[in-house]
Design a protein around this ligand. Structure first.
Ligand code: MG
Length: 155
């Protein structure tokens, strides 16, 4: 058994959709980034790549590479999954914590879990997404951005 951990954060900006775990979530701002800035998908991608010994998302999909401008991060997650499987380390289960003050993610958790499970080719029960606030503290508490932490077990 192998285990990988991933972390990511992105800053809120006006004029972009908020996409978390592959789901577009109604909000008055979105996350800034070269791709679609899906911080949840990025953290899970890094957990998979780390667990498989394949480096990290920045090495596989370099930022500022025109191919990944506005990229759908669920597609990047799928590509990382294929690479992990090819390396003999298929993802088996993932647990993710999203830290965000606003909006509340509870209505979207099940959809995020289903989308992520499909992308990493595991059963729906094998992906867990939890949302936490930062109790008003620091940059997350001030609503400046979103962070995500992911752990993935691989074969
Ligand atoms: Mg990122």
């Amino acid at each position: 058994m192998r285990v990988g951990i991933g972390y990511d954060s992105h800053r809120f900006v006006a004029g972009r959709p908020l996409i978390l775990g592959g789901i577009t979530i109604p909000h008055d701002k979105g996350l800034d980034g070269w791709s679609d800035a899906d911080v949840v998908a990025h953290a899970l991608t890094d957990a998979i790549l780390g667990g498989a010994g394949l480096g990290d998302i920045g090495r596989l999909f370099p930022p500022h590479d025109p191919r990944y401008r506005g990229a759908n991060s669920i597609e990047l997650l799928s590509k990382a999954t294929v690479k992990a499987i090819e390396a003999g380390h298929p993802p088996q289960q993932a647990d993710i914590t999203v830290i965000v003050e606003r909006p509340k993610l509870a209505p979207h958790i099940a959809a995020m879990e289903a989308r992520l499970a499909e992308a990493i080719i595991v059963g729906a029960m094998e992906v867990s997404v939890k949302a936490k606030t930062n109790e008003g503290m620091g940059w997350i508490g001030r609503g400046e951005g979103v962070a995500a932490i992911a752990v993935c077990v691989l074969g």
